[in-house]
Design a protein. Structure first.
Length: 461
């Protein structure tokens, strides 16, 4: 009995998720409308079970997606809270020369002046192949071949594999420029077909850092190897041209040389994140800056309100009725009580921070400016005070939810396990329905061929 015929029938009855799981069958007979109708009628009773199973799968998939969105929203706000804890609320960093480096202070920032010299920026390797007339030009002979992508480092002319590898199968079905680029992209490589003045070329871009140097080897097709092979030790030997070599950033801070695979450095200056923009020298000054308090309080309020909006949307959508989200929302509201009993709650209210009916924070800028002017240290302590400030408490609370053994991780594990069980059940049900549909289709087809007059024993022979 034809696979496509029963699969199409099952898809009509129960949807593609069941039909796509159908086991393989042999034969070439197609189903007549009469046979199809009889099979449909015989299997119609299974519709309720299939609908219930699909509904459960959809619910779990939606919930798992919602939990991922919740985790992301909380992590984003936690990063903000962390940046405002400690000295992060009231410090700033500035460079004497613009365009070389930007800096942002964090909770452990220390006031001071630092001489910064950027020797080179981190960058990724770029390889470009020879130009071809069209994007669908075939490369190589089309025989079965394997492309091996090997990452590593190149030092003193010697390539050392160190960053993992990927093997990609190529044959006549995907040996064009576009086909090879797509196969590489599927393997996680930034590959594309680019158009230049002389035609179309395969281009491969690596991630930043010297350890992301790429070697491309090919086995099984010498012509394909000649077209896209690349040996870092002999970069001019192949058809791929190295437009840009992979390299680390090199920066010197107060005489200490530092290398980094990226242009963002978190350990070059204590408590400060440096973002390198260009080669050159500058002086970085980290200082206490009360003007930052008002700016950072505004940033905190915007971040918190964005979080509450996301939680509200999840409550109405993907996580409607979810107990984990309800727990997070309740505990968050408890931490954020403003204007009630307690010195912190009263202090925040006095600084012009209140909550509306939806739980969002509302700021009276005039009151905040007055509080900063009157006692900037006291205001800063409302947010960060050796673990007891508002930003400190929120950071700690969110960390408990998002930790490996926290509420959200435990919930995601349970939902994932439920999905695995339901998917297994779907597979088994699909196989059973496929077998049943094929048997019924064969039976009704024989009956139809006998003019509909044969008995069951006649059909058995």
């Amino acid at each position: 009995m034809n696979t496509s015929a029963t699969s199409s029938l099952l898809a009509t009855l129960y949807g593609g998720s069941v039909a796509n799981t159908a086991g393989s069958v042999t034969g070439s007979t197609t189903l007549s409308p009469t046979v199809a109708a009889k099979v449909r009628q015989a299997l119609a009773g299974q519709q309720g079970n299939i609908d219930a199973l699909n509904a459960s799968l959809t619910a779990d998939q939606t919930r798992l997606s919602g939990l991922g969105q919740l985790q992301s929203a909380l992590s984003t706000f936690e990063a903000l809270a962390e940046s405002l804890s400690g000295a992060g609320l009231s410090t700033s960093a500035s460079a004497s020369v613009n365009g070389i480096v930007t800096a942002a202070t964090t909770s452990s920032a220390k006031a001071g002046t630092y001489k910064v010299e950027v020797g080179q920026l981190a960058q990724g390797q770029i390889l470009t192949g020879g130009a071809k007339p069209t994007a669908d030009t075939a490369l190589g002979s089309g025989t079965n071949a394997t492309i091996k992508l090997q990452w590593g480092t190149l030092a003193d002319g010697e390539f050392k594999a160190a960053g993992g590898s990927q093997s990609i199968a190529i044959d006549s079905s995907n040996n064009t420029l576009e086909g090879i680029a797509a196969a590489m992209k599927k393997a996680g490589v930034d590959a594309s077909v680019v158009k230049g003045d002389t035609g179309y070329s395969l281009q491969v871009k690596g991630k930043d850092g010297a350890a992301q140097t790429l070697s491309i080897s090919v086995t099984g097709d010498a012509a394909l190897k000649a077209a896209i092979g690349f040996d870092p030790e002999h970069p001019a030997a192949g058809a791929m041209t190295q437009v840009q070599a992979a390299q680390d950033a090199i920066v010197t801070v107060d005489g200490t040389k530092i290398t980094s695979p990226t242009n963002s450095l978190t350990d070059a200056v204590p408590g400060t994140t440096l973002t390198l923009a260009a080669k050159g020298s500058t002086t970085l000054t980290v200082a206490q800056d009360t003007s930052q308090i008002s700016k950072n309080v505004n940033t905190f309020i915007e971040g918190y309100n964005a979080l509450t909006e996301r939680l509200a949307a999840l409550q109405k959508g993907a996580l409607k009725g979810d107990t984990a989200l309800s727990s997070v929302t309740t505990q968050l509201a408890q931490v954020m009580r403003i204007g009630g009993a307690g010195s912190m709650a009263q202090g925040l209210a006095a600084a012009g921070i209140s909550q509306d009916a939806s739980g969002k924070l509302v700021l009276d800028q005039t009151k905040l400016d007055a509080a900063v002017k009157a006692d900037p240290s006291a205001l800063a302590k409302l947010f960060t005070n050796e673990g007891s400030g508002l930003a400190d408490k929120l950071d700690k609370k969110i960390d408990s939810w998002t930790a490996e053994t926290g509420l959200l991780s435990r919930t995601e594990t349970r939902v994932t396990r439920s999905l695995e069980i339901l998917t297994g059940k779907q597979d088994r049900m699909a196989q059973a329905l496929t077998t049943q549909a094929q048997a019924l289709a064969q039976l009704y087809t024989i009956q139809e061929q006998m003019g509909g007059t044969g008995t069951f024993l006649d059909m058995l022979g």
